[in-house]
Design a protein around this ligand. Sequence first.
Ligand code: BG6
Length: 461
Amino acid sequence: MTAPIPPLLLVIFGATGDLTRRKLLPALGALHARGELPSPFVILGVARDPHPDDAAFRDIARASLSQLGDAAVHYQSIGAGSPADFTRIADDIAALEREHGLSGNRVFYLALPPQGFVETVEGLAAAGLHQSAGFTRIVVEKPFGHDLESSQALNRRLHQYFDESQIFRIDHYLGKETVRNLMVFRFANPVFETQWNRDRIAHVEISVAEADGVGTRAAYYDRAGAVRDMVQNHLTQLLCHVAMEPPATFDAEAIRDEKLKVLRSMRRVTPRDALLAQYAGGSVDDTAVPGYLDEPGVKPGSTTETFAAIDVHIDNWRWHGVPFVLRTGKRLRRRSTRIVVSFRPAPVRLFTGLPGCDVGPDKLTIFIQPDEGFSLTFSVKEPGEHIRVREQQLGFKYREAFGPLADAYETLLADVMQGDHTLFVRSDWVERSWYLYAPLLEAPPAPVPYRPGSWGPDAEP
Ligand code: BG6
């Protein structure tokens, strides 16, 4: 933790929704249990639902916030979201701040579907809630638009009322400990950093495999697909952490500048660079699972991809000529997010070709989740009279060294409340990233089918 969190009012729009229940409240509960929440600290839950009152919302919150005490948790219905409703919220906020002796520090968390962003931002501004006597911050969740144009429009809207320094765009991958560790791993360990370039590295693969299918989210996912849902944001963020130059300092803007520079050097992604696929029906571990087209809410004949493998090229001094492959898919063999860095082979292959010498290039695998850690694969001589070479691993597991890791939302919420932008997505990054994928998104190749429970379609670009 960088600095203590100052006393503040946290207003959660979408307070009865899934994200609040599954992520935000448990994260606040964990911060509270560690004594990291300030006093006073007041939560105002806001949602359309007219029924929950303070007590009912406290019930929702209780499981996570049992020790916080009832006084700090309140609920207000936003009704239809009319200007009068926002004025009522403004009055409520003023009353709560008076009651708890708060000085006007406010965080507005929009835990809302994207259709709700703009009207909430406008409602806040119309009620004068975009500024206060203390700090006012606004937190938005992905998706940040659907393409380049809509992301620019969304940023323009946000910037009409809020300065970029007030905006915290969440990509929850950036809050994962193992993703945060990428920078430490690279820049605190010269032994790796000196190898981290086109002379030493042959290729890099970044993959996020999920075992689950689309579940109940087809209404959103069928319009998005794997490229919009995962590649443009999470995987491209991982790519930036692997490829970025060391920042001049460890402050948020220096780091975010370096990440943007990676995107500036990246070639635009065309349909030729991508293999898209969609999961078919079948059985996984003897259990029948529906194909994507049979999932509830998916449009008949939908061509939305649930898998993408994309070749990415970064044309800068460090990476020119090193292929990066980004892969992600749903309904794959198992949940696994990893980065595999394959080093170039030895210049003279003394052992390759000898009987029993199965020598591959050295490989560094960074396990983002689950089973967080890394392993370095290298070659050793098998004991015995003859030279036989085998692969072995040097490894490190977070769980063994430090126990279970905190959820990303604990880190991200604490950072918002402390005002640290390092792990949040800047507007120029979002727009550049959409720009890079636009050629692919405008003319996506038809998806090929793949077997559920497999590692994806056989042929890759
Ligand atoms: C979300 C996507 O952003 O990330 C989901 O919308 C995906 O489709 C999820 O399942 C994956 O997150 P995690 O943390 O489980 O890897």
